[in-house]
Ligand binder design. Structure first.
Ligand SMILES: C[S@@+](CC[C@H](N)C(=O)[O-])C[C@H]1O[C@@H](n2cnc3c(N)ncnc32)[C@H](O)[C@@H]1O
Ligand SMILES: Nc1nc2[nH]cc(C(=O)O)c2c(=O)[nH]1
Ligand code: SF4
Ligand SMILES: [Mg+2]
Length: 214
């Protein structure tokens, strides 16, 4: 059984695949925060910008097996002529609480490339085509290699220097959106300054928020 908060078709907003048409599958639940505002201040991850509680979002629900969820996600992909490679992004919440090989295989059989956005604290199943790890504070990483490491910045307990030598193809710093925390931020200026001083890191903006899309 898979619990999905919402599923939607949009453009990948962040990281090295930014701008790419994608089906998003947002799993319900996370291992670093309950999702309740009353628990945010004491959670292991405290700056989350996402509602991942329940299965009541657009195209959300409970799916009994991998075939059922794969068929549901395939129906959200518009290009049935096979011109572009279909792309699905599993996120959440924390997708590695639920994503398994059966679901990855079912999407591969339907022609999809499979991407994952994870906090990196749980082991990943085999077969992921684009693995994005986004470390959270001092929570220990179970995944130390992948396609991109995308660090939300600044986090006092997660300085970029701690991650710069891990085995990733791309290193991104993404300014922390402080709106979920109820305050205006200066994180963009600070993040730009860090990238200028440390060329290992590239800037990742949340372009879907700029574009006003999901
Ligand atoms: C909501 S998380 C879900 C996936 C996974 N739990 C994780 O943390 O990577 C999706 C992406 O949004 C990023 N993110 C969450 N809150 C953010 C914020 N306030 N500002 C910028 N990026 C944020 C995360 O770091 C992650 O890369
Ligand atoms: N357009 C868009 N791109 C995204 N990239 C990562 C997202 C996420 O919430 O994991 C996200 C999202 O929520 N929307
Ligand atoms: S780990 Fe990801 S989903 Fe969980 S609270 Fe943090 S940003 Fe949100
Ligand atoms: Mg998001």
């Amino acid at each position: 059984m898979y619990s999905v908060k919402e599923a939607f078709y949009s453009l990948q907003g962040e990281g090295g695949q930014a701008g790419r048409a994608s089906v998003f599958c947002r799993f319900a639940g996370c291992n670093l925060w309950s999702g309740r505002e009353g628990h945010r201040a004491t959670a292991a991850c405290r700056f989350c910008d996402t509602d991942f509680i329940g299965t009541d979002g657009q195209h959300g629900g409970r799916f009994g097996d991998a075939e059922a969820l794969a068929a549901h996600l395939t129906a959200l992909w518009p290009d049935q002529e096979g011109v572009a490679t279909p792309y699905v992004v599993f996120t959440g919440g924390e997708p590695l609480l639920q994503l398994d090989t059966a679901l990855i295989d079912a999407l591969h059989r339907r022609g999809f490339e499979v991407a994952v956005e994870t906090n990196g604290t749980l082991p990943a199943p085999d077969g992921i085509d684009w693995l994005c790890v986004s470390p959270k504070g001092d929570n220990a990483l179970a995944i130390t290699a992948g396609d991109e490491l995308k660090l939300v910045h600044p986090q006092p307990d997660a300085p970029p220097e701690r991650f710069a030598r891990l085995d990733f193809r791309h290193f991104f710093l993404q300014p922390m959106d402080t709106a979920p925390l109820g305050r205006a931020g200066t994180t963009l200026t600070e993040t730009v300054a860090y990238c200028l001083a440390h060329p290992r890191w590239r800037l990742s903006l949340q372009t879907h928020k700029i574009a006003g899309i999901d």
